[in-house]
Design a protein around this ligand. Structure first.
Ligand SMILES: [Fe+2]
Length: 172
């Protein structure tokens, strides 16, 4: 994970030290959620990721699931083949509006649409997978690697032969 991404994640977790929960919940699950259990189990086989895998497994039933339905260059069927789970953020397991911490799960051979947003963002990768920023090359940072997105930079991710799982966090 780039230094700026680690610094951003530290700021997110400092803010999360102050609990805040507006009580909003939504429970819809989507087809891509079904690959989460196996993906987290694969992660748990890596000793240094065992704790985060256990934490994700514990929080998963409380996530709010959403899907991105538009944006350029998404692969055919990507809407059905991905889901974004909100851990901390509007409607999430801890529903709040000042921080967003969540995950993206994608089925194999899925390309997420190009998208951008004002808040800077850190994306640690918890599976095989690739990221792209702007018109740059696709990069595979490896398990525990990731990308840092500066404000409004265009970015996307894609899976290969296996599902993609990454966390993301932003200060809002
Ligand atoms: Fe993003």
């Amino acid at each position: 994970m780039p230094l700026e991404g680690r610094e951003l994640a530290e700021k997110v977790f400092v803010r999360l030290d102050t609990p805040s929960d507006d009580g909003q919940r939504a429970g819809t699950r989507y087809p891509a959620c079904e690959s989460l259990e196996a993906t987290i189990s694969a992660l748990a086989k890596e000793p240094q990721f065992r704790d985060i895998a256990a934490a994700l497994k514990a929080v998963e039933p409380m996530l709010r699931w959403r899907r991105r339905k538009s944006g350029p260059n998404g692969s055919p069927g990507y809407v059905e083949q991905h889901a974004n789970g909100i851990i901390c953020g509007p409607g999430g397991a801890e529903s709040r509006s000042d921080v967003q911490l969540g995950l993206t799960i994608m089925l194999p051979q899925t390309r997420y649409p190009d998208h951008s947003h004002l808040p800077e963002e850190a994306y640690p990768l918890l599976s095989p997978g690739e990221f792209r920023q702007g018109d740059g090359e696709w990069v595979a940072p490896g398990l525990g690697g990731g990308i840092f997105n500066t404000p409004n930079v265009m970015h996307a991710m894609r899976s290969g032969a296996s599902p993609f799982l990454a966390l993301w966090c932003l200060l809002v």
